[in-house]
Design a protein around this ligand. Structure first.
Ligand code: ADP
Ligand code: C5P
Ligand code: MG
Length: 205
């Protein structure tokens, strides 16, 4: 009789249960704002990669200074660091349905997450907004963020165009992208988001 490897089977079972929706879009497109609405109405757990990285800086971790410097320059932190934080948050939550906001931000984020976790997103929500509008929102955000200044904002827009948009295009070729016109007022954007989540709920039922 062959013995059963419970560790492996349990991990496989855990993996199967987890549903992930990636929430992407430029800096200031309204990802965090809409994720809060989705959590209230559709019972997802919101994980913002940027929030997890900022918490890691505050915790005094050995990676803190490196993360702080990357954020100040609008650069993307090595995938291994961000994925470890996401995995920890997923495990600690004990939940099954996640909105992962602001990740994957580049090809390295995407490919590493896929190979490390084996998780493919159910859908990718894409908040599409002009740079002009995003710039206005970021300069008015007033959350005391070190990267919400015009110099860093310009760098973040460049990184978004060069590294993040190709990831959205990749998921589009897989038919996973649900584009939202994020330039509308908050409530109008959420009306469009709701239609998408109602469809996801129907398919899952
Ligand atoms: P992101 O997480 O994509 O960077 P946020 O959700 O933090 O964006 O939104 C950036 C700023 O813009 C916040 O001050 C927020 O209140 C505001 N905001 C979000 N959505 C809209 C919207 N649809 N119209 C106008 N302002 C918005
Ligand atoms: O999504 P948010 O605007 O909070 O991200 C802020 C910064 O955090 C990014 O500009 C980037 O420096 C860093 N970040 C990252 N990798 C991610 C998400 C955010 O390096 N996947
Ligand atoms: Mg955000």
């Amino acid at each position: 009789m062959g013995s059963v490897d419970h560790t492996t089977t349990n991990i496989e079972a855990e993996k199967k249960k987890i549903t992930v929706i990636f929430v992407l879009g430029g800096p200031g497109s309204g990802k965090g704002t809409q994720c809060a609405n989705i959590v209230e109405n559709f019972g997802y757990t919101h994980l913002s990669a940027g929030d997890l990285l900022r918490a890691e800086i505050k915790s005094g971790s050995e990676n803190g200074t490196m993360i702080q410097n990357m954020i100040k320059e609008g650069k993307i932190v090595p995938a291994e660091v961000t994925i470890r934080l996401l995995q920890k948050a997923i495990q600690e939550s004990g939940h099954e349905k996640f909105l992962i906001d602001g990740f994957p931000r580049n090809e390295e984020n995407r490919a590493s997450f896929e190979s490390i976790t084996g998780i493919m997103p159910e859908i990718v929500l894409f908040f599409d907004c002009s740079e002009e509008e995003m710039e206005k929102r970021l300069l008015n955000r007033n959350q005391g963020r070190e990267d919400d200044n015009i110099e860093t904002i310009r760098k973040r827009f460049n990184v978004y165009m060069e590294s993040s948009l190709p990831v959205i295009q990749y998921y589009d070729t897989l038919g996973k992208v649900r584009r939202i016109d994020a330039a509308k007022p908050v409530d109008a954007v959420f009306e469009d988001v709701k239609v998408i989540f109602e469809k996801v709920a129907e398919i899952a039922a």
